[in-house]
Ligand binder design. Structure first.
Ligand code: NOJ
Ligand code: NOJ
Length: 483
């Protein structure tokens, strides 16, 4: 009797505590997403700039993470730094503080100088511009590694073209023609060097963005196409018609190649084709890298695989559904807001070693938020009917939590359903943000991964990519004019 009572009391106590913890944690992030975002915005900026030219390194270096062991990420990764530069450019364009803007500009110029140096090193000491990483003093990492990685030069060119356009508008054409794009072949100017590399090498197999598999990657091809498209524009603007035509000719050929990645049976874009090296357990081909590639420049230009392309929407749905299913932390549905997103379902890298189990990633969950905000922005600006197709049906059904949508339905801009789509996209984006809020470290820092069972941060601490993704997502969120 006595022990029965005790057990019952314990049970009640346990239940009350669980409810209390649940209520406290829920309200902690439910009531204050806006406040949290504002606070984290300042923190993310601070942490990001701690990774740009940290003390004792060459100016212009951007380390992937300050972590020097378990794992060692204290390198200038061409891929990571190119993505960080997009966030710096965004800050430069939107900041109201002249002092901050001067600093951002200086960082960008340093990055250009550092890039010029490592491009030369990659050619002289390595296999060329596909070399993926450098020590913070600018010397080449020569140990065994997946190389070449051809997304690096493409992503870097995209950021720098953006920078070149800003500089041209600010009357700095001479700077652009000297350092960024000099119209010469061979060249020492950074953008042209990257573009010429992409021009001559996109057809070759390469390691993908996760540095594991060699083959043809949607990620590399789409970025190559975008780099050469934007590059041709810049070349034209600077009077280099010969290069512009060369770039555009390859754009056309890449376009043909890109058509191969859509798998209509699976209902999503398959990330890799013609694999010829690397682990063989990546069977599904489902991969969040597809979404990251779409979000790079030109995501809104209406060309194939731009943000509202039905194949992209359907791939996004497949990813969300799959990660919901496989990560315990995503269940039961609704316990935490949103869905934590990882690299790909078969992932075995846990942030420390590769023979383990993969987890959700902070930067990818934030990229999912960015995707929702940008899609909302796209529909909002475009004001065109949204057509429900066989391929995008699953996306809109999930978004609107509605079973009544029909293939062939046209949702007009003045329709209340159109408004509902915009609102739901904003809310969906907010749920991905709130998910980060739920798992972030107390000091506002973010590591590479989120443990799939406990929800705690793990892997490389202070990953630059996380802060860049956060700042870009917030920027897109702020530019939405809702309600
Ligand atoms: C192994 C991971 O699988 C790969 O994706 C990563 O890039 C490297 N380790 C570097 O940390
Ligand atoms: C592992 C990721 O797979 C890769 O994309 C990234 O470049 C490195 N870590 C460094 O952050």
């Amino acid at each position: 009797m006595c022990s029965y009572l005790k057990n019952k009391q314990l049970l009640v106590l346990w239940f009350a505590t669980s409810v209390a913890i649940f209520v406290i944690t829920q309200t902690a992030y439910a009531i204050s997403l806006d406040t949290w975002i504002q606070k984290e915005n300042a923190i993310a900026k601070k942490f990001l700039f701690q990774n740009i030219s940290p003390p004792g390194t060459t100016p212009g270096v951007i380390v992937a993470s300050p972590s020097t062991s378990n794992p060692d990420y204290y390198y200038h990764w061409v891929r990571d730094s190119a993505i960080v530069v997009k966030a710096v450019l965004f800050l430069y364009k939107t900041s109201q503080s002249p002092q901050d803007r001067r600093q951002y500009l200086q960082d960008l110029r340093n990055y250009v100088n550092f890039t010029q140096a490592i491009q030369q090193t990659a050619v002289e000491d390595g296999l060329g511009l596909g070399e993926p990483k450098f020590y913070p003093d600018g010397s080449l990492y020569k140990k065994p590694w997946g190389r070449p990685q051809n997304d690096g030069p493409a992503m870097r060119a995209l950021g720098l073209i953006n920078f070149a356009n800003i500089m041209i508008r600010q009357g700095e054409k001479a700077y652009v023609k000297h350092f960024l794009y000099d119209s010469k072949t061979p060249t020492n100017s950074v953008i042209k060097k990257d573009l010429d590399y992409v021009l001559n090498h996109w057809k070759e197999p390469s390691y993908g963005p996760w540095e594991e598999v060699r083959g043809r990657h949607f990620y590399v091809d789409l970025l190559s196409k975008k780099a050469l498209t934007e590059g041709a524009q810049l070349a034209l603007e600077l009077g280099d018609i010969t290069s512009a035509l060369q770039y555009l000719k390859q754009v056309y050929l890449i376009e043909l190649e890109l058509a191969r990645y859509w798998n209509s049976e699976k209902g999503y874009i398959v990330a890799t084709l013609d694999q010829d090296a690397g682990p063989n357990y990546k069977k599904s081909g489902l991969d969040a890298a597809v979404i990251v590639a779409v979000l790079a420049e030109g995501y809104n230009d209406g060309s194939s695989y731009s943000i509202s392309d039905e194949r992209i929407l359907s791939t996004f749905t497949a990813l969300v559904n799959e990660f919901q299913k496989i990560y315990p932390i995503n269940n039961p549905e609704g316990y935490f807001p949103g869905i934590a997103i990882g690299r790909y379902p078969e992932d075995r890298y846990d942030g420390y070693q590769t023979n383990s189990t993969g987890n959700p990633w902070s930067s990818l969950t934030l990229s999912a938020a960015l995707f929702c905000y940008r899609l909302a922005q796209h529909y909002q600006t475009e004001q065109k009917p949204i057509l429900i197709t066989q391929i995008n049906l699953s996306f809109f059904k999930r978004l609107l939590k509605s079973e009544s949508l029909r293939v062939g339905e046209r949702i007009m801009p003045n329709d209340s359903l159109f408004r509902a789509i915009l609102n739901s996209l904003k809310e969906d984006g907010d749920r991905f943000m709130a998910r980060i809020q739920a798992h972030i470290n107390e000091d506002g820092s973010l590591s590479e991964q989120i443990n799939r069972i406990t929800g705690f941060q793990q892997g490389a601490s202070h990953l630059s990519l996380n802060y860049a993704a956060f700042l870009l997502a917030v920027g897109a969120r702020n530019s939405l004019q809702m309600h």
